[in-house]
Design a protein around this ligand. Structure first.
Ligand code: 13P
Ligand code: SF4
Length: 302
């Protein structure tokens, strides 16, 4: 089917089934354009917790759709591509976290939303990259564990001088960024500001003029008086950055800033998800209820 025909069919099925499409900023532009809501992981989880729709199509990766299901257990939540996952979310397992908790019962577990439902169920509170600072500041005098992103955790620990251990997980896309890539791009585009997601390593983050979640970076490019940016996060965000600021210039730090899993979803997959009502996310009740507590605490503090 041609793109226009797919858009037509998607819109028809959406109405017929009272469905809503949520798309992360890292999705292909054509999917962001057909979505009812486009945003970062925090915004999309807030939307999922409030929607009146019967069906949520989550164009993103598994942990995002799973989070939507935990927050809206009575809705049908569908992930258009069954295999679309986040490798970082798999780097913390239930068994390892349970073992850690037995050895360190005094540590509060702060869990990045890029994690499985089972890990969230063992955690005290969740955070995303856009509310991590606000939430972690509430716990700044406590003994903490940050799971699973070592880079965001290390950045927070350094910034606020926290007693916080960090899990050795990472995002394979952001973790690969290097100071040399930044200095080369700064030399090539001397008028551009470097902006970066905190999932990058600390030595890269320290070179940035602005650090933020995807939404934070987008807002910065809209509000800043600067006209040119070197973008240190997944390239899908540039679609939205350009839409908001058509006269500004955006350079991706490196072409390798493409999340393979995020880019698995096509418009056709979104259409099939709606038509066939596939692939449904199921979270066992006992896990969902515990994970809900950690997510709900996060939403209340956001
Ligand atoms: P955001 O919290 O900025 O949406 O980031 C999610 C993510 O997967 C970043 O790699
Ligand atoms: Fe996971 Fe990284 Fe992809 Fe985000 S960009 S979904 S953290 S692998």
């Amino acid at each position: 089917m041609e793109k226009e025909q797919l858009y037509k069919e998607i819109n028809r099925l959406k109405k017929e089934k009272n469905a809503v499409i949520l798309a992360h900023y890292y999705q292909e532009g054509s999917i962001q354009d057909i979505a009812d809501f486009t945003g970062d992981s925090l915004y999309l989880s807030q939307v999922a917790s409030k929607t009146d729709a019967d069906i949520i199509i989550f164009a993103g990766v598994h942990f995002m759709a799973e989070t939507a299901k935990i927050l809206s257990p009575n809705k049908k939540v569908l992930l258009p591509v069954k295999e679309a996952g986040c490798p970082m979310a798999e780097m913390a397992t239930e068994l390892r976290l349970k073992t850690y908790k037995e050895k360190h019962p005094d540590r509060i577990i702060v869990c990045y939303v890029n994690s499985t439902a089972k890990v969230k169920a063992l955690s005290d509170i969740c955070v995303t990259s856009s509310n991590a600072e606000t939430i972690i500041k509430h716990y700044k005098d406590e003994k903490l564990l940050y799971v699973p992103d070592k880079n965001l955790g290390t950045y927070m620990r350094e910034k606020y001088n926290l007693d916080m251990e960090v899990w050795p997980g990472f995002c394979c896309i952001h973790n690969d960024l290097t100071p040399k890539q930044v200095s080369d791009m700064k030399a090539k585009y001397p008028n551009a500001q470097f902006i970066v997601h905190p999932e990058a390593k600390l030595e890269v983050v320290k070179m940035a003029e602005h650090i933020g979640s995807t939404k934070g970076l987008l807002n910065y490019t809209i509000e800043s008086s600067h006209n040119e940016f070197i973008v240190g996060t997944e390239d899908g965000i540039i679609h939205t950055m350009k839409k908001h600021s058509p006269n500004k210039i955006f350079h991706i730090l490196t072409p390798s800033l493409r999340c393979y899993d995020m880019k698995l979803t096509t418009l056709e997959d979104v259409y099939l998800a709606l038509k066939e009502e596939q692939f449904e996310i199921i979270v066992p009740k006992e896990i969902s209820e515990k994970a809900f507590i950690a997510l709900d605490k996060m939403l209340k503090l956001s």
